[in-house]
Design a protein around this ligand. Sequence first.
Ligand code: FMN
Length: 152
Amino acid sequence: MSRGSRTLHQLIYASRVRVPWPDQQREVDGIVQASIRNNRVVDVTGLLLVHDGWFVQALEGPVEAVLGVYGRICDDGRHEDCRVLYAGPAEARSFEDWNMCARHMTPADEAILDTLSMKTVFEPHRLTAKQALRLLKAVRGVQQSTQLRALG
Ligand SMILES: Cc1cc2nc3c(=O)[nH]c(=O)nc-3n(C[C@H](O)[C@H](O)[C@H](O)COP(=O)(O)O)c2cc1C
């Protein structure tokens, strides 16, 4: 069945890193590897933002697949306080290029936080659904331009 022929579901949540990891990059790389492997099979795409002890992640795809993946993520002891910021239909995929892609905030990305008045204290649990999607789409834009620069 081709993408888009079923109702598209999107879920955005925020959670806290449970314990500070000695090697955060390695841990996140492991999460992304597992995510790409699993999400590809069930046609889920998304983006994972890691910043200041928080995760913000978007998952999109068929509803049963998104809920299945999210259920597994919630059971993962590496984070806690999962709070859904948005769950519902979406007209189109926002992160179709990635079965999962993780990005740590860089100073360039932090300009995005300015627009959400979160530069001093990052509190993603307070984001509205619209703000959360805006944040992740802005991060997507930076990630895509980084990839283009790497290619060119
Ligand atoms: C913040 C966070 C995001 C995650 N995102 C995904 C995801 O999108 N897809 C996925 O399959 N696993 C994700 N995981 C990992 C799952 O919790 C779980 O470890 C993994 O799905 C197990 O896969 P495996 O049985 O193939 O090793 C995430 C974990 C964390 C902590």
